[in-house]
Design a protein around this ligand. Structure first.
Ligand SMILES: Cc1cc2nc3c(=O)[nH]c(=O)nc-3n(C[C@H](O)[C@H](O)[C@H](O)COP(=O)(O)OP(=O)(O)OC[C@H]3O[C@@H](n4cnc5c(N)ncnc54)[C@H](O)[C@@H]3O)c2cc1C
Length: 461
C-alpha cells in the first residue's frame, strides 16, 4: 500500500484521505489553516477561521450525486451530516432519511459544520495524519516523477503519490512549470458575477421549506434562498460585476428590502432574523486544469483533484459532488496501478475528460450566456431571446418543465448530475415537449419571478 500526501483539507482533500485510508493507504494531509474546528456546529460557523477557503461562509448545498457517493462508500458520514443538523430535502421541500434511494434530495447545511464532521471522520482513521498550519510551497521532482512536497521552511515530505487538493488557487502547475515541466494550457473563463449572502434563522416554528432551493430570476440578477442546517438558511443575490448599482446592494437594509419585495421570498424574510453581515464572494471563474502535455502525462506521482483540477461558477452547486466523484475514482485506480505509475495519471485524466468535462463545458457555455445577459440588462439593455440551438433548447426545456412533470423530473436529474445534457436532450419525450414550446412561439426569455429593473432601481433609492 502506498504513502499518499494530500495538499489541502477541504472537501476534496478530506474525502480523498478518507477513501484512500479505508483502502489501506497511509495518508498525510497538509492544511495551511492552523485552526481545528470547534466541537459545536454553530461555533464552527461563527468562530472557525478558514482563511484558506474564501467561500467558507457562502451557502453549500450538496447535490444528490454527492449523496449517492456518500451512501455507497461512507453512509455513516451522510448520517453524521444529518445528525449535525443538515436538512436532507427533496426539491419539493420534503424531508428524507440519509438512506433514501428513490427520491432525489439535496443535503443542505452551512459548509463549515459539514467540513468539521468530515474532518472528524478522517481523524478517526488510524492511517491518516493531518498536519495543520503546514503550507506546501513546492514539489520535489526527480526524473519526471513527483516524490513529495516542500514546505515553507524548505523541509521535504516524501510520498509515493501527491494529490493536490489545494482548491481553486492551487499553484502546483506553476511549481511544475518552474521546474521545466511542459503542461497543456489551462482553460479559464471569468464568471463576471459576484455573490452577496446574508445568513438568517427562521423564527416561526410552522415554516415549511417549499421549493428547494427557493429561486427567483431577473434578467440582470438571480435571487436564491438556500435552506441550510437546522432552522438556518441563506439569502443570496447574484449580480453582474458590471452592474452600476452593485455597491448599493451591499447595505443590509437595501438587501433585505429587495429580497422582501420578491413575492416568493416574503415568507422567508418575514419569518426569520439575520445572523450574519452580508458576505461577499467575487473573483469567481470557471477553470479546467490537467497535468497533461499534449494528452500525455507530463509527470507521474502527482494528480490534481477537486477544485484545483476543475471548478465552475457555483450557481449550480456542483463542486462538492464533483470532488467526491474524483476522490472515489482515484481510490479505485490505486487498486490497479502503482502510485508512481504514469498509467495512474493517464487513466485518471482520461476518466476526468470522459466523465467530467461535460459538466465543465456545459456550465461554461451557460455561464457565458447568463453573464452576458446580466451585463447587458444591468447596463440599460433590453432582455433578449437566447441565440443558438443549444441555448434555445435549454430555454424551451425550462418552460416545458414547468408544464410537464416528466420533463421536470429529467431536468432535476440533470441538475443533480445524474443525467448528462446529451442524455436528456436525446430523450424523445423531452425533445417533443421542448419542440412544442418552440413551435408555439412562446417568448424564450428568462422566467422573471424577480423584480424588473425599474422596480429594482426604485428599491435601491
Ligand atoms: C461562492 C461559492 C459557493 C459554492 N457553493 C457550493 C455549493 O452550494 N455546492 C457545492 O457542491 N459546491 C459549492 N462550491 C464549490 C465548493 O466550495 C468546492 O467545490 C469544494 O469546496 C471542493 O473544494 P476543494 O476541497 O477542492 O477546495 P477547497 O474547499 O477550497 O479547499 C482547499 C483547501 O486547501 C488548503 N490549501 C490551499 N493551499 C494550500 C497549500 N499550499 N498547502 C496546504 N493547504 C493548502 C486550503 O486552506 C483549503 O482548506 C461553492 C464555491 C463558491 C466559490
Amino acid at each position: 500500500m502506498s504513502d499518499v500526501l494530500v495538499i489541502g483539507a477541504g472537501f476534496a482533500g478530506l474525502y480523498s484521505a478518507l477513501m484512500l485510508a479505508r483502502r489501506g493507504h497511509a495518508v498525510t494531509v497538509l492544511e495551511k489553516d492552523p485552526e481545528a474546528p470547534p466541537a459545536d456546529g454553530e461555533a464552527c460557523f461563527t468562530d472557525w477561521v478558514r482563511r484558506g477557503v474564501a467561500q467558507a461562509r457562502q451557502p453549500h448545498i450538496l447535490l444528490n450525486r454527492a449523496a449517492r457517493v456518500l451512501q455507497d462508500e461512507t453512509p455513516a458520514v451522510l448520517a453524521a451530516f444529518a445528525d449535525a443538523g443538515a436538512n436532507l430535502l427533496t426539491a419539493g421541500g420534503e424531508r428524507v432519511a440519509p438512506d433514501e434511494r428513490d427520491r432525489l434530495f439535496f443535503t443542505c447545511s452551512r459548509r463549515l459544520p459539514l467540513e468539521a464532521v468530515l474532518r472528524r471522520a478522517v481523524l478517526a482513521e488510524p492511517q491518516v495524519e493531518l498536519r495543520t498550519g503546514e503550507e506546501a510551497s513546492g514539489l520535489v521532482l526527480l526524473n519526471g516523477r513527483v516524490r513529495g512536497v516542500l514546505l515553507r521552511d524548505h523541509t521535504e515530505i516524501r510520498a509515493e503519490l501527491v494529490v493536490d487538493c489545494a482548491g481553486r488557487w492551487s499553484r502546483s502547475r506553476d511549481w511544475l512549470m518552474a521546474e521545466g515541466v511542459r503542461l497543456d494550457p489551462e482553460r479559464r473563463q471569468d464568471c463576471d458575477f459576484f455573490y452577496l449572502t446574508q445568513w438568517r434563522r427562521r423564527t416561526n416554528a410552522d415554516f415549511s421549506w417549499g421549493g428547494v432551493p427557493g429561486r427567483a430570476e431577473s434578467a440582470f440578477a438571480s435571487f436564491r434562498c438556500f435552506p441550510a442546517d437546522g432552522a438556518v438558511f441563506a439569502a443570496t443575490m447574484v449580480l453582474s460585476m458590471h452592474d452600476p448599482l452593485k455597491a448599493k446592494c451591499r447595505k443590509s437594509a437595501v438587501f433585505e428590502r429587495v429580497f422582501g419585495a420578491i413575492p416568493g421570498f416574503q415568507r422567508w424574510l418575514e419569518g426569520s432574523e439575520p445572523i450574519s453581515e452580508l458576505e461577499v464572494t467575487a473573483r469567481i471563474e470557471n477553470c479546467w486544469r490537467s497535468t497533461l502535455d499534449e494528452k500525455r502525462p507530463a509527470v507521474s506521482g502527482f494528480v490534481l483533484l477537486g477544485d484545483s483540477a476543475m471548478h465552475t461558477n457555483p450557481t449550480l452547486g456542483r463542486g462538492v459532488a464533483l470532488a467526491l466523484l474524483q476522490a472515489r475514482q482515484l481510490a479505485d485506480l490505486l487498486e490497479r496501478h502503482d502510485a508512481g505509475s504514469p498509467d495512474l495519471v493517464a487513466e485518471f485524466e482520461t476518466w476526468r475528460s470522459d466523465e467530467l468535462s461535460v459538466w465543465y463545458l456545459s456550465q461554461a457555455a451557460a455561464n457565458a450566456r447568463r453573464s452576458e445577459e446580466m451585463r447587458h440588462t444591468a447596463t440599460g439593455g433590453e432582455t433578449q431571446e437566447p441565440v443558438g440551438e443549444q441555448a434555445r433548447f435549454a430555454a424551451a426545456m425550462a418552460i416545458a418543465a414547468a408544464e410537464d412533470p416528466y420533463v421536470a423530473e429529467r431536468a432535476l436529474e440533470l441538475f443533480h448530475l445524474l443525467a448528462t445534457p446529451a442524455e436528456v436532450a436525446a430523450d424523445l419525450r423531452v425533445r417533443k415537449a421542448a419542440q412544442s414550446v418552440l413551435e408555439r412561439g412562446v417568448p424564450l426569455r428568462p422566467l422573471t419571478s424577480g423584480p424588473g429593473r425599474t422596480e429594482f432601481e426604485r428599491m435601491l433609492e
